[in-house]
Design a binder for this molecule. Structure first.
Ligand SMILES: C[S@@+](CC[C@H](N)C(=O)[O-])C[C@H]1O[C@@H](n2cnc3c(N)ncnc32)[C@H](O)[C@@H]1O
Length: 175
């Protein structure tokens, strides 16, 4: 996400996040990732680092299983997560460069891994994950898009479609 309008989603429009993508929608996937991590970490995992935690919607489920620390580059998104997950630690930083000086049993990068737009950025984020994992720890990546599901977004607007929609809308409003 790189256009100025798109970046507003994590700034002045961040308040819309819980409406667009409510925390309940993350419960099933969050439980899935918690199970995967518990299976793959050596020993019982207790601590988890959530990189790009955003509004903390995954965190709300992950914290049932781990003591979670969330990192995000957006103050507005962190503010949302601080309300939802007041019992978790939050750090404002960049997942490509943050160094907390301690290790975790597990690292999770949810949909935010999609925001790494170059191979270099992706490598840096993965290096951050590696640096924060204890030996025997595990990393889970939640990819919102894969090679199979990626579609180039297109912004072509068909004026006829809009006119049809507008007409239907006005018909509905007519007393
Ligand atoms: C779609 S939201 C993630 C939502 C989150 N998984 C949740 O549970 O609410 C993407 C997040 O990635 C964050 N982000 C993007 N680039 C980042 C970076 N380099 N370092 C840290 N966070 C980043 C954005 O600020 C945004 O909050």
């Amino acid at each position: 996400m790189s256009s100025p309008d798109a970046r507003r989603m994590h700034a002045d429009l961040a308040w819309t996040w819980p409406i667009i993508s409510p925390p309940e929608d993350y419960v099933e996937a969050g439980e899935h990732f918690a199970g995967l991590l518990s299976e793959h970490v050596d020993g019982r995992p207790r601590t988890l680092l959530d990189l790009g935690c955003g509004g903390g919607h995954f965190m709300a489920t992950l914290k049932r299983h781990f003591t979670v620390t969330g990192v995000d580059v957006s103050d507005a998104m962190l503010d949302l997560s601080r309300v939802l997950n007041a019992d978790c630690e939050h750090v404002r930083d960049d997942m490509r460069s943050v160094r907390l000086g301690r290790v975790f049993d597990a690292v999770f990068i949810g949909g935010s891994v999609d925001y790494m737009q170059t191979e270099g950025d992706l490598r840096s984020a993965l290096r951050t994950a590696w640096t924060h994992l204890r030996p025997g720890g595990a990393l889970a990546l939640g990819l919102a898009k894969t090679v199979e599901t990626f579609r180039q977004p297109h912004h072509r607007v068909d004026p006829r479609a809009w006119r049809r929609r507008d007409h239907a809308h006005r018909e509905r409003l007519r007393p």
